[in-house]
Design a protein around this ligand. Structure first.
Ligand SMILES: [Fe+2]
Length: 203
């Protein structure tokens, strides 16, 4: 809720190397995510009626926002919410494979973890320009892969994300340049499945 703040990271900038280099991590977290947080606070300063909303609440209720700030709030509240989830589901070394309840649901919805990985990569490559690829729960005990443009979040269409991967070039260009596929394949190896399973159970 307003005023929004950068969340604390569960790891140091260099901890995700060699998958994500520390310079990318530093710029991405402080400059990009930090920029969304600052912009969102500036946008809402004169709109106290929205100070009680979380970033997720602002996106779910985006049609209630005055038109003069609506798209900018979507961009920046989305930027804040999306990156907060992203940092939360990454962990040094990764936790290798889906576990517990989400493993069963992945096997049921996609056939196997390998099939899910292929879907995430395919969907991530098909997103033209900037955006995110998501694993979402459209309803209880159901999982689906989709992507959104820019900083949109699936809660805007009633679907709760349990995992999101940043497809903006700022997330990978220093290290992977134009090789989005290599970046996606690598990032999937540092996902925190304990946390993703927790998100799945809470959705
Ligand atoms: Fe980003």
């Amino acid at each position: 809720m307003y005023p929004f703040n950068l969340p604390k990271l569960n790891f140091n900038y260099s901890d995700l190397e060699p998958i994500i280099d520390s310079k990318t991590m530093d710029i991405h977290y402080n400059k990009h995510h930090g920029g969304y947080v600052n912009n969102l606070n500036i946008l809402l300063v004169d709109f106290p009626e929205f100070h009680g909303y979380s970033a997720e609440g602002l996106l779910i209720n985006h049609l209630k926002l005055p038109e003069s700030i609506r798209q900018a709030v979507i961009n920046n509240a989305g930027g804040h919410l999306n990156h907060t989830l992203f940092w939360d589901i990454l962990t040094p070394g990764g936790s290798v494979k889906p576990i517990d309840e989400i493993k069963d649901c992945i096997d049921e919805c996609f056939g196997s973890f390998d099939q899910l990985k292929n879907r995430l990569i395919e969907e991530g490559l098909n997103r033209f320009g900037s955006g995110w690829v998501w694993l979402v729960t459209p309803s209880k005990d159901k999982l689906e892969v989709l992507s959104t443009p820019n900083q949109d979040n699936p809660v805007m269409i009633g679907k709760k994300p349990v995992l999101g991967i940043d497809l903006w070039e700022h997330a990978y260009y220093l290290q992977y340049q134009n090789r989005r596929k290599d970046y996606l394949e690598s990032v999937i190896t540092i996902l925190n499945w304990d946390k993703i399973n927790f998100n799945f159970l809470s959705s």
